[in-house]
Write a protein that binds this ligand. Structure first.
Ligand code: FAD
Ligand code: SIN
Length: 525
């Protein structure tokens, strides 16, 4: 199969790219499950844009830089916030039904780290609304073909240029190639690397694994954002309780009813996520309790049901009426701030290969992403990647500025001996996720990181050997990529000898000012 453009992933990044290149040639959008299954589809709180009368792009920029703890790329963050309002209105023009005020203007919510109300939302199912809108637009646009149940396995690099991708048809098991002039990685995040995550099952870091094996530069993988509030319930997978709940006045309490956040930060429940997640972690360690509680029972019950219908109904399924009782919550892995290094046009270091959305590192998030900046990042940089791919594809690829935190790390080599007939992919997946949860989580130590690196290197070598000895399957591809991401995160965490934003190491509790503005770069060897 051959197309002009190929987007790997049908979330907000892949679809925005496809819609913007479609007038220049044929486009295939590849997706490993059905078309709507993506992190985008589950986004709750909303999309940040400085459109309020009391707001400005400068203020949005300032909040983004503060949350990023000195590590944002200022140029990229400026591109993000300046283009935000225009692209939110582009979604509205495409048909997105966001909540409105009685006067017809867009209703703006508040989330942690934002000094203004600037979160455009559709109740608590903003991502579903965006995904629905983009899929309808893609269906109406000539030249876009969406290929479902096709899993990308590895990039095809010829003469140093990315020319396509190897694909597994997950329904038939067939293997084949798809080639294109420009290829976009839009495969989303890697939350499934952790045992507890807000992310759906698709988030196995496939794009990161593929890009690393192909020789792209990877950046800032130590900065994994833990969302402070996912539902704690023995029968529920980690279901997100949106930050917008705290934005509307939700209060975090211990089991004994004590409101603890003012002890940690003057912004209390609306402090940036890293601070809230660490505070909860500290309270849980102090009390030995399994969870804390998010209390909105002081709000009007009808308002709660209207503003948070998904959260209300989901919690009710688990026997929790959030209008009457506090919600048990724990932090869970939510978002990768790092990813495949890109320039301001979504270009990676490999010619003809672009990356956008959660798989990419653009520099906008620095050491901690400001809430609701992620959907926006995907929109803004996918549009720019499309503009570049349709007009300036043949330019030589960019390289990152040198950083004093740089590693040269080859993808895992296969172990010399394994018994592939006894190889259990699910057991390997579980083991990696447990190691990451226990040793590379919210609060890190050098010793735990070193142990994790050692264990993960052995597991990854076994996985590589088993992968090469067998025909690829959905499981084997995903586990190989989960192992790759686990290694990238752990090596990056060991390389950054300071605490900053989401990366908190007990052995190095201070932020080192001389490391500000230096991302952690992983070069291929
Ligand atoms: P995704 O939307 O995850 O799409 C990835 C696509 O790639 C999917 O189609 C997937 O099937 C496909 N794919 C993956 N691997 C392969 C492969 N090997 N082959 C083929 N296809 C593949 N951000 C905000 O800004 N605001 C919010 O309110 C918000 N809420 C969130 C709530 C939840 C529960 C979660 C999990 C995330 C939330 N985020 C939010 C983060 C945000 O949703 C994501 O960062 C963003 O949607 C990522 O978009 P994307 O297009 O990069 O990737
Ligand atoms: C949320 O609704 O809390 C998620 C927002 C985000 O991840 O940006």
């Amino acid at each position: 199969m051959e197309y002009d453009f190929l987007a790997l992933g049908s979330g907000i990044a892949g679809l925005t790219f496809a819609l913007n290149v479609a007038s220049h040639g044929s486009v295939a959008v590849l997706t490993k499950k059905q078309r709507s299954e993506s992190n985008t589809n589950y986004a709750q709180g909303g999309i940040a844009a400085a459109i309020g009368a009391d707001d400005s792009w400068e203020q949005h920029l300032q909040d983004t830089l503060v949350a990023g703890a000195g590590l944002c790329d200022r140029d990229a963050a400026e591109v993000l916030v300046k283009n935000g309002p225009r692209l939110v209105y582009w979604l509205v023009e495409l048909g997105a039904q966001f909540d409105r005020n009685p006067d017809g203007s867009l209703a703006l919510g508040r989330e942690g780290g934002h000094s203004r109300n600037r979160i455009v939302h559709a109740a608590d199912h903003t991502g579903y609304e965006i995904e629905r809108t983009l899929l309808i637009a893609a269906r109406k646009t000539p030249h876009i073909t969406i290929l479902e149940h096709y899993q990308a396995l590895d990039l095809i690099i010829e003469g140093g240029v990315c020319v396509g991708v190897q694909v597994l048809d997950t329904l038939t098991g067939d293997l084949f190639e798809i080639r294109a002039k420009a290829i976009l990685l839009a495969t989303g995040g890697c939350g499934q690397v952790y045992l507890h995550t807000s992310n759906p099952l698709i988030a196995t870091g496939d794009g990161l694994g593929m890009a690393w094996r192909a020789g792209a530069v990877i950046a800032n993988m130590e900065f994994i954002q833990f969302h402070p509030t996912t539902l704690y319930h023995t029968d529920a997978p980690s279901f997100l309780i949106s930050e917008a709940v705290r934005g509307e006045g939700g209060i975090l309490r211990r089991a004994d009813g004590y409101r603890f956040m003012p002890d940690y930060d003057p912004r209390a429940e609306l402090a940036p996520r890293d601070i809230v997640a660490r505070a909860i972690d500290a309270e849980l360690k102090k009390t030995g309790d399994p969870c804390v509680y998010l209390d909105i029972t002081h709000l009007d019950a009808e308002f709660i049901k209207r503003r948070f219908p998904t959260i209300y109904h989901t919690c009710l399924q688990y026997g929790i009426d959030i209008t009457r009782e506090p919600i048990p919550v724990v932090p869970a892995a939510h978002y990768a701030c790092g990813g495949v290094w890109t320039d301001l046009n979504g270009r990676t270091t490999i010619p003809h290969l672009y990356a956008c959305g959660e798989v990419a590192y653009t520099g906008v998030h620095g050491a901690n992403r400001l809430a609701s900046n992620s959907l926006l990042e995907a929109l803004v940089f996918a549009e720019r990647a499309a503009q570049h791919a349709t007009t300036r594809l043949e330019e030589p690829p960019p390289q990152p500025k040198p950083s004093c935190i740089a590693l040269s790390l080859p993808p895992p080599a296969p172990a010399s001996q394994i018994d592939e007939s006894a190889f259990n992919w699910d057991a390997q997946r579980l083991q990696i996720r447990k190691i990451m949860q226990k040793k590379v989580g919210i609060v890190r130590t050098v010793q735990r990181l070193q142990e994790a690196r050692c264990e993960l290197e052995q597991i990854a070598a076994q996985i590589e050997a088993a992968y090469r000895a067998t025909s690829p399957t959905v499981e084997s591809c995903e586990v190989r990529n989960i192992a790759a991401c686990a290694l990238l995160i752990t090596h990056s965490a060991l390389a950054r000898r300071e605490s900053r934003g989401l990366h908190y190491v007990l052995d190095y509790p201070e932020t080192r000012p001389e490391l500000a503005a230096y991302p952690t770069l992983i070069y291929p060897r």
